[in-house]
Design a protein around this ligand. Structure first.
Ligand SMILES: Cc1cc2nc3c(=O)[nH]c(=O)nc-3n(C[C@H](O)[C@H](O)[C@H](O)COP(=O)(O)OP(=O)(O)OC[C@H]3O[C@@H](n4cnc5c(N)ncnc54)[C@H](O)[C@@H]3O)c2cc1C
Ligand code: FES
Length: 278
């Protein structure tokens, strides 16, 4: 089982919200004040919860780091009670952050060009990774897709540091269609793909990469309760017929290990044109 070792031991901290930037109705970037610093690396995540939420929702929510350091941040899309409360949080509100958790993206190979494929909030761990790649002097190629232009909240930041191709299902920005509609034409034998987004999108990206014999790493967004291997609530079917645990063996993992056809969110047949926002 592939496993990139976490870079730092997890810690539970309580940190005040420094600021919340709303990007349209559904997306918010929450930045926390952590003077002692966070060692979180691209691909890792934190279990996040408002310290004053009371009983509901009880469990913290897994969120990828968008940045680390003394002002770690996350990008959230409001979909339920937890993200709704995060999207209404005000500066000064205390949050508990358990992290960094999970493994990092595999470092880019020297002889390959990283191709980052993001759907919806899957952009968070990939933008953090793109910044790391750019800081090392390379320019990644990125494909960023959503249902409409409203689902591409970090488009400008991504375009500053990568060669970026946008897709929207309604054609309101970039190419009309899904990320997979442009992926095939952008891949070559020297590509290596990193992808995060809805399961269906990652399944389709992985299928294209397998067909083209291009290495592909996916970042799993399986719902989680504990985030570090205690509850066994994040099983993901593997191609050898067994299961891995997304929080311990992932979230970043070689796509060839994951059996998307047995996952809850997978399409009955993995179509190579699937993709979009989550
Ligand atoms: C490692 C990891 C990193 C993540 N990073 C981010 C991130 O950077 N930004 C972000 O916005 N979200 C991210 N997520 C997803 C996020 O954790 C969920 O959206 C969040 O837990 C939803 O909480 P909620 O209380 O708002 O919704 P809930 O009330 O818990 O759920 C609302 C609905 O969404 C469904 N749902 C909940 N979680 C998921 C999921 N992971 N996949 C598919 N359906 C789900 C539920 O079944 C329910 O139908 C990540 C998940 C993981 C595992
Ligand atoms: S979330 Fe508890 S074991 Fe993975």
């Amino acid at each position: 089982m592939e496993h990139t070792a976490p870079m730092a031991a997890r810690r539970m901290i309580t940190a005040p919200l420094l600021h919340r930037e709303s990007i349209g109705a559904s997306y918010h970037v929450l930045t926390f004040d952590v003077p002692e610093g966070s060692d979180a690396q691209p691909g890792q995540f934190a279990m996040v919860r408002g310290a004053e939420w009371g009983d509901a929702p009880l469990l913290p929510r897994p969120m990828s780091y968008l940045t680390g350091g003394t002002t770690p941040s996350i990008l959230i899309k409001v979909i339920g009670e937890g993200t709704l409360r995060m999207g209404r949080a005000e500066p000064g509100e205390p949050f508990t952050l358990l992290g960094p958790l999970g493994n990092t993206w595999r470092p880019p190979s020297r002889n390959r060009r990283p191709v980052l494929v993001a759907g919806g909030v899957g952009i968070a761990p990939l933008l953090y990774f793109a910044k790391q790649i750019a800081a090392d002097g390379a320019t990644p190629l990125s494909i960023y897709g959503g249902r409409s232009s409203r689902d591409l909240p970090l488009e400008d930041e991504l375009s500053e540091i990568s060669e970026t191709h946008l897709t929207t299902e309604d054609g309101s920005r970039g190419t009309r269609g899904r990320v997979t509609d442009v992926l095939e034409s952008l891949l070559d034998a020297g590509s290596e793909v990193y992808t995060c987004g809805p399961d269906r999108m990652m399944a389709a990206v992985a299928a294209i990469c397998a067909k083209r014999d291009v290495p592909c790493q996916v970042s799993l967004e399986t719902p989680m309760a504990c985030g570090y291997g205690v509850c066994l609530g994040c099983p993901v079917p593997t191609t050898d017929g067994g299961y891995l645990y997304a929080c311990m063996n992932g979230p970043c993992i070689d796509a060839r290990l994951v059996d998307f056809s047995r996952s809850d969110h997978a399409p009955r047949k993995v179509a190579t044109t699937a993709g979009g926002a989550k």
